[in-house]
Design a binder for this molecule. Structure first.
Ligand code: HEC
Ligand code: HEC
Ligand code: HEC
Ligand code: HEC
Ligand code: HEC
Ligand code: HEC
Ligand code: HEC
Length: 409
C-alpha cells in the first residue's frame, strides 16, 4: 500500500513537471511573440508604413545603399545637406528681370527665397523653402507650407549651370507660388495624404507623409513580413511579402512605369492607389500618342522608349531590372551596364553581335551605351539663359538602336 502511494506521488510529480514545462514554455514564447512596430504614417487605404530603418536588422546593405539613391533623395525636408543651391555671397542671387532680384538667405538653419525690387530695401516676400523636390542630379525645385497648403516656389536650382534659376515654365515676372497637386507628389515620394480628397486640392496632412521613394513604395505592405521574420529568425525564405519573381513581365514593368512613362491621366482611381502587382492601365493612361516616338520625351519616359526598342520587342524577358539594380546608385557605372548588354547579346545568334567598326569600339573602351543609348537633349527640361540661348539637360535615351552610323562605322 505504502509503496503504491509513493508510486502515485512520483508519477504525479513527473506528470506535473511535464505539464508545467509546456505551460511555461508557451507563456514564455508568447511574450517573445509580441513585437511592437510603431507606424510612421497611414495610407488612405489603411496600410501602415513603418520606418525603413526597421529593415536594417536583416537587410543592412540594401538599406545603406538605398539611402544614397536618387529615389530616396527625391523628396526630402530642406536642410543644409539636402539643399543644392548656394547661399555663399556672390552665388546667392538670381536676377529675375531688370526690376527684381531674388536673394537666397539662411537664417537659423532655415532657408528662404526673397525677391527684392531694385528700388526697395526690404523683400517683397520671404518664402521658406520647406521641401526639396529632386535629388539634384539635374535640378531641384522647392515647396513651401502655408498652413496645410503646399506651394511650389518660383526659384529653382539647375545642376548643368550649378546656379539658381527661374523655374522652367514660369514667367519672367514675379509670379504667385503654384499650388502643388497630389499627382506631382505621387512620382516623387512614397505617400502624402490629401486633406480634401479632391484631386485639385493642395492641402495635405503635414504629419502623414513618408519622404522619398522608400522600400514600401516598391514593395507594398511589410508589417507582417517584419513581424514574422522577427519571430522566426531561422526561416530564410521570404514570407508575407510580394515577390518580384512571382510577377509577370508586365507587372514588373508597371512597377517602374508608374513614374517612368511620362505624364499620365488618372482614370477613376486616386493618386497613390496603385500598388505593386496591380495592372497600371486600370489606374491611368498615357497623356500622349504611344505609337508616335516623336512625342516621347527622353525625360521621364524610359518605359515608352524601351518598349519601342528591338532589344525589348525581340526578347521576352527584358525589363528595367535586367539592367538596373533598384537599390543602388549606379550612375556612371558603365562597366556594369555594358556587362548587361553583353550577357544577353552573347547568348543570341551571331548576326546580332555588334557590326560597328572594331577600332572605334576599342577607342570607346567597348562602351556599348555611348553609341547605342546616346545622351539626348530633353525637350521639356530646359531653361532660357540671358543671351537668348537654351540649355537643356542631357538624358540617356532608352530607345536602344543604331545612331550616327557614318561617324561611328
Ligand atoms: C527579422 C528579419 C527581417 C526584417 C526586419 C525584414 N526582413 Fe525582409 N526578408 C527577411 C528574410 C529572411 C528574407 C528572405 C531572404 C532574403 O531575400 O534576404 C526577406 C526577404 C525580403 C524581400 C524579398 C522578397 C522576394 O522577392 O524574395 C523583400 C522585398 C523584403 N524582405 C523587404 C523588407 C523590407 C522592406 C523590410 C523593412 C520594412 C524588411 N524586409 C525587414 C527578413 C527580414
Ligand atoms: C514613385 C515613382 C517611381 C517609381 C515607382 C520608380 N521610380 Fe525611378 N525615379 C523616380 C524619380 C522621381 C526619379 C528621379 C529622382 C531624382 O533624381 O530626384 C527616378 C530616378 C530613377 C533612376 C535614375 C537614378 C539616378 O541615379 O539618377 C533610375 C535608374 C530609375 N529611377 C529606375 C527605376 C526602376 C528600375 C524602377 C522600378 C523598379 C523605378 N525607377 C521605379 C520615380 C520612380
Ligand atoms: C509622371 C511622374 C512624374 C511627375 C508627375 C513629376 N515628376 Fe518630376 N521627375 C520624374 C522622373 C521620372 C524624373 C527623373 C528621371 C528623368 O530625368 O528622366 C523627374 C525629375 C524631376 C526633377 C529633377 C530631379 C533631379 O534630381 O535631377 C525635378 C526638380 C522634378 N522632377 C520636379 C517635379 C515637380 C515639382 C513635379 C510636380 C509639379 C514633378 N516633378 C512631377 C517623374 C515625375
Ligand atoms: C524603386 C523600387 C524599389 C525600392 C525603392 C526598393 N526596392 Fe527592393 N526590390 C525592388 C525590385 C524591382 C526587386 C527585385 C529585384 C530582382 O528581382 O532582381 C527588389 C528586391 C528586393 C529584395 C530581394 C532581392 C535582393 O536584392 O536581396 C529585398 C530583400 C529588397 N528588395 C529589400 C528592399 C528594402 C529593404 C528597401 C528599402 C531600403 C527596398 N527594397 C527598396 C525594387 C525596389
Ligand atoms: C535581354 C536581352 C537583351 C539585352 C539585355 C540587350 N539586348 Fe540588344 N537586342 C536584343 C535582341 C533580341 C535584339 C534583336 C535582334 C534581332 O534583330 O533579332 C537586340 C538588338 C539590338 C541592336 C540592334 C537594334 C536595331 O534597331 O537594329 C542593338 C544596337 C542592341 N541590341 C544593342 C544593345 C545594347 C547596347 C544593350 C545594352 C545597353 C543591349 N542591346 C541589351 C536583346 C538584348
Ligand atoms: C538595356 C539596359 C537598360 C534597360 C533595360 C533599362 N535601362 Fe535605364 N539606363 C540604362 C543605362 C545604361 C543608363 C545610363 C546610366 C548612366 O548614365 O550612368 C540608364 C539610365 C536610366 C535613368 C536615368 C536617365 C538619365 O539620363 O538621367 C532612368 C530614370 C532609367 N534608366 C530608368 C529605366 C526604366 C524605368 C527602365 C524600364 C522601363 C529602364 N531604365 C530600363 C540601361 C537600361
Ligand atoms: C563606336 C560605337 C559603337 C560601340 C562602342 C558599339 N557599337 Fe554596336 N554598332 C555600332 C554601329 C555603327 C553599328 C551599325 C553597323 C552597321 O550596320 O553599319 C552597330 C551595330 C550593332 C548591333 C546590330 C548588329 C546587326 O547585325 O544588326 C548590335 C547588336 C550591337 N551593335 C551591339 C553592341 C554591343 C553589345 C556593344 C558593346 C559591347 C556595342 N555594340 C558597342 C557602333 C558601336
Amino acid at each position: 500500500m505504502q509503496k503504491n502511494t509513493l508510486y502515485t506521488i512520483l508519477i504525479s510529480i513527473i506528470i506535473l513537471g511535464i505539464l508545467s514545462y509546456f505551460v511555461l514554455r508557451t507563456t514564455k514564447s508568447n511574450t517573445v511573440e509580441y513585437i511592437a512596430i510603431t507606424p510612421i504614417a497611414t495610407h488612405s487605404n489603411g496600410m501602415e508604413f513603418i520606418d525603413s530603418s526597421t529593415c536594417v536588422d536583416c537587410h543592412q546593405k540594401i538599406v545603406e545603399e538605398h539611402y544614397k539613391t536618387a529615389h530616396f533623395n527625391s523628396f526630402q525636408p530642406v536642410n543644409k545637406n539636402t539643399i543644392k543651391g548656394s547661399f555663399q555671397k556672390g552665388e546667392n542671387t538670381l536676377i529675375l528681370n531688370k526690376d527684381v532680384t531674388f536673394h537666397f538667405v539662411e537664417k537659423d538653419s532655415a532657408f528662404y527665397q526673397e525677391p527684392i525690387f531694385n528700388n526697395q530695401n526690404t523683400p517683397f516676400y520671404s518664402a521658406k523653402m520647406d521641401i526639396a523636390v529632386g535629388s539634384g542630379t539635374k535640378g531641384q525645385s522647392y515647396l513651401m507650407w502655408n498652413n496645410n497648403h503646399l506651394l511650389q516656389l518660383q526659384a529653382s536650382y539647375f545642376t548643368p549651370t550649378d546656379s539658381w534659376i527661374n523655374s522652367p515654365g514660369a514667367p519672367d515676372q514675379l509670379a504667385p507660388a503654384r499650388p502643388v497637386l497630389e499627382r506631382c507628389l505621387e512620382c516623387h515620394t512614397t505617400f502624402v495624404q490629401n486633406i480634401s480628397g479632391n484631386k485639385k486640392g493642395n492641402q495635405f496632412h503635414k504629419k502623414n507623409i513618408v519622404y522619398g521613394i522608400d522600400c514600401q513604395r516598391c514593395h507594398g505592405p511589410v508589417q507582417d513580413h517584419v513581424k514574422y521574420h522577427k519571430q522566426h529568425p531561422k526561416d530564410k525564405t521570404a514570407k508575407h511579402i510580394i515577390q518580384y519573381s512571382s510577377l509577370s513581365r508586365q507587372q514588373r514593368l508597371d512597377a517602374c512605369a508608374l513614374c517612368h512613362s511620362g505624364l499620365r491621366t488618372e482614370t477613376t482611381e486616386r493618386a497613390f492607389s496603385y500598388m505593386i502587382g496591380d495592372t497600371l492601365k486600370k489606374f491611368s493612361f498615357p497623356d500622349y500618342d504611344e505609337s508616335s516616338l516623336e512625342e516621347l520625351d527622353v525625360h521621364g519616359n524610359q518605359y515608352g522608349l524601351l518598349k519601342a526598342s528591338k532589344c525589348f520587342t525581340k526578347s521576352n524577358a527584358l525589363d528595367c531590372i535586367t539592367c538596373h539594380d533598384p537599390h543602388k546608385k549606379e550612375r556612371g557605372n558603365f562597366l556594369s551596364f555594358n556587362q548587361k548588354c553583353m550577357n544577353c547579346h552573347a547568348s543570341l545568334k551571331k548576326t546580332v553581335q555588334c557590326s560597328g567598326d572594331k577600332n572605334n569600339i576599342e577607342k570607346m573602351n567597348n562602351n556599348c551605351i555611348q553609341c547605342h543609348m546616346p545622351l539626348v537633349k530633353s525637350k521639356t527640361m530646359k531653361i532660357q539663359i540671358p543671351k537668348g540661348d537654351e540649355i537643356s539637360v542631357d538624358v540617356r535615351t532608352h530607345l536602344i538602336g543604331i545612331y550616327n552610323k557614318e561617324d561611328q562605322h
